[in-house]
Design a protein around this ligand. Structure first.
Ligand code: ATP
Length: 505
């Protein structure tokens, strides 16, 4: 695996996986553009998720809701009031930080002084942040007195009182920038699912338990985007809202934690690098009954890849009309605007109730980063040279096979190779690349680095011009395996079966 983010960033730029967003104008912080290989890898990951969670199940429907979101959706969901992170400024450097991130990186002695100053038991960072937000004036002074360092300079700072910063991006719909036209870019895809609960239910007549799955962009104005594509301002999520009967929620929560852990392993992440983390009560979001995060050992540390929350009846309960008639258990805002009853009528008793929901919510970009980190391999070859190999699962590799003409100046060979590429491409297994840049050694090296599992070479034998004068090897090609570097010779008619087998899910 990669030992630093920097070596991944360098590979991603060099080979065309991921570029800084708006790079030629100095970059727009917290945005990234997926290049020719990145878009393939990301699409493959999303398709694998969709296949598993929608196609292979009989209790799931798909959805693609809009990104621009009515203000009331994010009012009743609680985001307007509470989707905020604590932020603090250094008066000297004018640098701004997310408070919990800043504290996490402080020397122990500094932290100890803060725990004492705010009378919080040592080691409870979450409680410390909460105490600081409860008394911001005192917290700002305590940070300065404790000598909290500014990561930008490594020097102690003069800190302002921390305050909350709402992370939602606002925009205006229509030609006039006025309060009434205010809308949000969604900060999660989930709300689009909740507000369509009745639409989907009416259209499909689903019975509980069932889920709605969605993949799409989400936007958060993160105070400190960092660690490459790990924390960005525009990202993608793969989210499921799985609706269950109250009382069955704990069973389904455990089920989904297991299911998601298994899936990430099938994608190639090793079990040792995946750590399920049960959030303690103090850390739980106000709406959650329980949350298990799936952490991954990224090169920059052990951090969240996916969160699986038991959100009870909070979401549907928040957005439904007739709140008083539905026996909602969660604490929700009184909804005076909703026109839909987001509830379920028990087919046996005829009674209405609000289903509980289990939410497995994964980040696509964090998934891509984890796949790259896990796959990145430096190997020493017998001749002492080093090679970099991206040992991605073949099904996820951006390019499935490179078809390489051994001699670029021999039309019989290049035409054969082009025809073979077209024939393999038509199998619909993903991208097959006709590769005629550089010499064959260079082509192998490049495809090792971008994770292409198979390099197929068309040579003189293929076109029936073997050195020994025979045509025994006509219509055969060499197939080189990325990981073992071994080459086998196959008849071109065998390639379809070979590739189908290797790329089968
Ligand atoms: P964090 O604590 O790291 O900020 P979160 O707990 O706020 O994340 P959720 O609201 O649970 O994240 O979002 C679900 C998933 O969406 C996360 O597990 C992560 O994979 C992804 N995600 C959230 N914020 C970002 C971001 N800024 N950049 C990239 N992915 C993100």
């Amino acid at each position: 695996p990669a030992s630093t983010l920097d070596e991944l960033v360098a590979l991603c730029k060099r080979r065309g996986f991921i570029f800084q967003g708006s790079e030629i104008y100095g970059g727009l912080q917290g945005t990234y553009d997926y290049g020719p290989l990145g878009v393939e890898l990301k699409n493959n990951l999303k398709q694998a998720w969709w296949r598993r969670n929608v196609y292979e199940r009989d209790d799931m429907e798909g959805l693609d809701a809009s990104i621009l979101t009515h203000r009331l959706v994010l009012h009743y969901s609680g985001h307007e009031a509470t989707f905020a992170d604590p932020m603090v400024d250094n008066r000297i450097t004018k640098k701004r930080y997310r408070l919990d991130h800043l504290l996490k990186d402080q020397p122990e002695a500094v932290l100890s002084r803060l725990y004492r100053a705010l009378e919080v038991e040592e080691g409870h960072l979450h409680a410390l942040v909460q105490a600081m937000m409860a008394f911001p004036e005192r917290a700002g002074g305590a940070m300065t007195a404790a000598g909290v360092l500014d990561p930008a300079t490594g020097e102690p700072g003069d800190w302002t009182p921390p305050r909350y910063f709402n992370m939602m991006f606002k925009t205006y719909v229509g030609p006039v920038e006025e309060e009434a036209a205010l809308a949000y870019l969604r900060p999660e895809t989930a709300q689009g699912i909740f507000i369509n609960f009745k639409n989907v239910l009416d259209a499909t007549s689903r019975k509980l338990p069932f889920g709605i799955a969605q993949i799409g962009k989400a936007f958060r104005n993160e105070i400190t985007p960092r660690n490459f594509i790990f924390r960005v301002r525009e990202f993608e999520q793969m989210e499921i809202e799985y609706f269950v009967r109250p009382g069955e929620d704990e069973y389904w929560h455990r089920y989904w934690v297991e299911e998601r852990l298994k899936w990430w392993q099938e994608m190639g992440l090793s079990r040792e690098n995946l750590v399920p983390y049960q959030q303690p009560k103090e850390e739980l979001a106000h709406y959650a009954k329980a949350t298990v995060d799936i952490l991954y050992r990224f090169p920059h540390g052990l951090e969240e890849l996916e969160g699986i929350a038991n959100r009870t009846d909070f979401d549907l309960g928040s957005h439904t009309k007739d709140q008083d008639e539905l026996g909602i258990t969660a604490k929700v805002l009184r909804n005076e605007h909703s026109t839909a009853r987001l509830a379920y009528r028990d087919p046996d008793t005829g009674k209405w109730f609000v289903p509980y929901v289990i939410e497995p919510s994964a980040g696509v970009d964090r998934g891509v980063l984890a796949l790259l980190a896990e796959a990145f391999t430096r190997e020493e070859l017998p001749n002492g040279e080093e090679r970099i190999v991206l040992k991605l699962k073949p099904q996820l590799a951006p390019i499935k096979a490179a078809v390489i003409p051994l001699a670029k100046n021999r039309p019989e060979i290049t035409q054969y190779a082009k025809a073979l590429k077209a024939r393999l491409q038509a199998l619909g297994l993903g991208r097959i690349l006709y590769e005629d840049t550089g010499n064959i050694g260079k082509a192998y090296r490049r495809h090792d680095e971008v994770g292409t599992p198979f390099a197929i070479t068309v040579d003189y034998d293929t076109i029936g011009q073997s050195k020994d004068g025979t045509t025994k090897l006509k219509d055969t090609v060499t197939v080189r395996d990325r990981d073992t570097m071994e080459q086998i010779r196959l008849h071109v008619d065998e390639l379809e079966g070979f590739l189908r087998e290797k790329l089968r899910w």
